[in-house]
Design a protein around this ligand. Structure first.
Ligand code: IFM
Length: 462
């Protein structure tokens, strides 16, 4: 990854990467084509009441058939980098241990199309679509899942690493473990005990480490490797030192009853051990493991990807503890009810960079909205533009102060299947009519093009 220079005044550092993100399951559709195996999400979508309005991703954006059109649109909007994910059940055959040639051919064609358009592909190996057949064999709870993931990762690296240099192993382990294996409200929809969730999490960490080793050893071009946990962020109520310290501690805290935290995941990856607070909080539920596991998990990374959407304000208490601060009535919220708190892109990267000492890439940030085509046929989304503007300025502030942030990927390039929330709310810069498949760039797409074109300078002229 190019070293970012300190020329930040009025713009972003040289080499800073602008991009957009999607994931395979959310956009591809074609769930039963060309030998694709069933994913746990296909099964989950069939479960009565599991997904809002009974929506499924059988077609979603139909990107599998329309990827050329999508890449062309990206090129028209001058997108330099595109973060996509590979569908594991699409590229491994029904017994999940043999490559599926047709699935791989799809990604070959997609990567070729991107490169021909001058767009750099950032490939995520696992963004939640786990093969159903592997889940039936125990899924992430079965220690063999590490080998299964290694087979899959080797297949993808062997096939794509002559053209792909940017790799992300796993997206948001907190989400698919907490929501999918703890609360059971995302696929695979199981409710494991805390101890079992932590065992599954340990296997995910090992699978991540194996994938890093595979990429480093087998990539045909020099790779850059990272991973993309959810960057759960707390912000200080005011910039008073004590509140800043409270926010830092709250951001790195571990709650005893769930896996929704940063450090249980990123401490092993970057520091080679589970956090003390986590071991204390989880007590007997914490996994037992071989000492050598941590060496594999802590395989060095080039960057930490952070998916950050909001922040929870906290304040310091007289006894040194921290507490949540209630938001003012009427605080701006997105269509997901997530508070609009742009300071998340200042404090989140800063706290993580200070703790882990690695370059940061914002791998996701954006907002859900209820967008629709207006009578003039265009999709006006001033709230998304304002959300982005605020967040990019907050990110810039950290960069000026020395936080090493190397890139920003907007979530999402286009409206898509928002997991258990179906299609009702939209995250895209491109509006998708899910009946006809028609794409319409929203106003925010044109606005973001200007940010990209000016390398962030336009943020300071409006
Ligand atoms: O759509 C998701 C994505 O798949 C993972 N991160 C959060 C996004 C918005 O909810």
């Amino acid at each position: 990854m190019a070293i970012v220079s300190s020329e930040t005044a009025g713009g972003f550092p040289k080499g800073f990467v602008w991009g957009v993100s999607t994931s395979a399951y959310q956009i591809e559709g074609a769930t039963r084509e060309d030998g694709r195996e069933a994913s746990v999400w296909d099964t989950f979508c069939q479960r009565e009441g599991a997904v809002l309005s009974g929506d499924t991703a059988d077609v979603t954006c139909d990107h599998y058939h329309r990827f050329r059109e999508d890449v062309k649109l990206m090129s028209e909007f001058q997108v330099p980098a595109y973060r996509l994910s590979i569908s594991w059940p699409r590229v491994m055959s029904t017994d999940s241990s043999q490559p599926n040639e047709l699935g791989l051919a799809f990604y070959d064609a997609l990567i070729d199309e991107l490169l021909a358009a001058g767009i750099s592909p950032w490939v995520t190996l696992f963004h939640w679509d786990f093969p159903q057949s592997r889940h039936d064999q125990g899924g992430w709870l079965n220690p063999r899942c590490v080998d299964w993931f290694a087979e899959y990762a080797s297949t993808v690296v062997e096939r794509l690493s002559d053209r792909v240099t940017q790799w992300i192993t796993v997206n948001e382990p907190q989400c698919f473990l907490h929501f999918g294996h703890g609360l059971g409200i995302n696929a695979p929809g199981v409710k494991l005990s805390l101890a079992d969730q932590l065992t599954a999490a340990h296997h995910v960490l090992l699978a991540h480490g194996r994938a890093v080793a595979i990429i480093r050893e087998h990539a045909k071009l020099p790779p850059q490797v990272g991973w993309a946990p959810v960057g759960i962020t707390c912000s200080p109520a005011t910039e008073d030192r004590a509140h800043q310290e409270a926010a830092r501690r709250a951001t790195m805290d571990v709650k005893a009853d769930n896996l929704w935290n940063n450090t249980w995941f990123s401490d092993p990856v970057f520091l080679g051990h589970y956090p003390e607070e986590g071991l204390r909080a989880y007590g007997k539920a914490a996994p037992k493991y071989a000492a050598s596991d941590m060496q594999h998990i802590a395989a060095p990374l080039d960057f930490l990807g952070l998916n950050i959407y909001t922040a929870m304000p906290v304040e310091s208490q007289a006894d040194g503890s921290w507490s949540e601060v209630s938001l003012a009535p009427g605080t701006a919220r997105t269509a997901f009810d997530w508070p609009v708190r742009e300071e998340c892109l200042y404090w989140g990267p800063k706290f993580h960079a200070e703790r882990y000492g690695v370059p940061i890439v914002i791998t996701e940030n954006g907002m859900a909205n209820i967008d629709w085509p207006a009578r003039d046929g265009r999709v006006h989304d001033p709230q998304r533009i304002d959300y982005l503007h605020r967040h990019l300025l907050a990110l810039h502030r950290g960069i000026v102060e020395g936080v090493d942030v190397r890139g920003y990927f907007h979530w999402s390039w286009m409206d898509n299947f928002e997991w258990a929330e179906g299609f009702r709310r939209r995250f895209g810069l491109i509006y998708v009519d899910f009946e006809s498949g028609l794409r319409r760039p929203k106003d925010s797409a044109a606005w973001y093009r200007e940010v990209i074109r000016s390398h962030g300078r336009s943020l300071f002229t409006e």
